[in-house]
Design a protein around this ligand. Structure first.
Ligand SMILES: C[S@@+](CC[C@H](N)C(=O)[O-])C[C@H]1O[C@@H](n2cnc3c(N)ncnc32)[C@H](O)[C@@H]1O
Length: 314
């Protein structure tokens, strides 16, 4: 998670850089010390500045949501009349979800223009505390994330004038302490899940259950963005080690293709990986929930290692 995996960990005890010891190889979600997750250390390491890889992800998800806006509720008579009389954009109506937000606010910022409510569905008590406190009036470092998202939205034809993200986030976001495995079905109109399903367990079947629970919590047709660390074997945050399932883009593609009719996959690289020789690749999946498993053509792999290497060489 530093350029991907390395960066989200303290001092690189992450993806591929440090092999797990025997007793770290099988850690289920309930075994890991989530309530000791060091929220401040995680924020400092990962989100105190906007990194190149997060900038690319933010750009892609903002453009994707602008091109595939969530449906939300059907506007009622009053809203339709108000819109016609004032000629102003309707207030947002969608219900948004970010699962396992940790100390990352940019998925919520990307969904904010569409959502009347956003639920941050977080398991760890320390992260829940950190989020509730941060949301009262988020620190100025998030302004650069919002600025990026706003610029991209404008260039995609969207408008965020009149939307002040600080009070809007404070008003519209609920932080709920709960597990991904207890998400309701078909509830949300737009959703994000960043570095969660593969970073909460070392058990592959739990990774798959978590990913399925996320997609199935969305209404049919709801757009989503999900990011995964490629090849992570676990990570250190503060004093604690956390488990991970090392996934490949092929596995993410195979699994998600059954859950979304129009999967787009991107590999995201950092120009500044912390460790020599470590690529630190993230996988970004964009799609719309099908509501039920579909038999569809395989998803599209938009960028590969080879593409990135070729681009870097030019
Ligand atoms: C690697 S962090 C990712 C944090 C954040 N989404 C980001 O983009 O940096 C993994 C997150 O998953 C959360 N998590 C772990 N188990 C969970 C569960 N069963 N349900 C929901 N979230 C969980 C952790 O508390 C942590 O916030």
């Amino acid at each position: 998670m530093e350029a991907a995996a390395v960066r989200r960990a303290e001092d690189g005890a992450l993806s591929g850089s440090v092999p797990p010891t025997d007793d770290q190889t099988h850690v289920s979600n309930s075994d890991a010390p989530w309530d000791e997750f060091d929220a401040d250390a995680y924020w400092e390491k990962n989100y105190s500045t906007l990194r190149d890889d997060d900038e690319e992800i933010l750009r892609r998800i903002t453009a994707y949501f602008a091109a595939n806006p969530p449906a939300g509720e059907r506007p009622g008579l009053h809203t339709r009349l108000w819109r016609r009389l004032t000629r102003r954009a309707a207030p947002p109506t969608a219900l948004g979800l970010d699962v396992g937000p940790g100390t990352n606010l940019y998925p919520a910022l990307a969904m904010l223009p569409y959502c009347r409510r956003i639920t941050l569905w977080e398991y760890s008590a320390t992260n829940v505390r950190w989020l509730r406190n941060e949301l009262r009036s988020f620190r100025s470092t998030w302004d650069v994330f919002w600025g990026q998202a706003t610029g991209i939205r404008r260039s995609s034809g969207g408008d965020t004038r009149g939307l002040d993200p600080r009070p809007a986030l404070a008003r519209r976001v609920d932080v709920r302490q709960a597990s991904i495995f207890d998400l309701p079905k078909s509830r949300f109109d737009v959703g994000t899940m960043f570095f969660v399903a593969e970073s909460l367990t070392s058990d592959r079947s739990e990774f798959e259950r978590a990913t399925r629970a996320f997609v199935e919590s969305l209404r049919p047709g709801a757009p989503f963005a999900a990011a995964f660390m490629e090849g992570s074997v676990g990570y250190q945050v503060g004093a604690c080690h956390f488990p991970a399932v090392p996934v490949t883009i092929g596995q993410v593609k195979e699994f998600l293709t059954g859950l979304t009719p129009d999967l787009e996959l991107h590999q995201v690289f950092s120009e500044k990986p912390l460790r020599e020789g470590y690529h630190g690749t993230m996988i970004l999946a964009l799609g719309r929930a099908s509501g039920k498993p579909l038999e569809t053509p395989p998803g599209t792999v938009v960028a590969t290692h080879e593409d990135a290497a070729a681009a870097a060489a030019t």
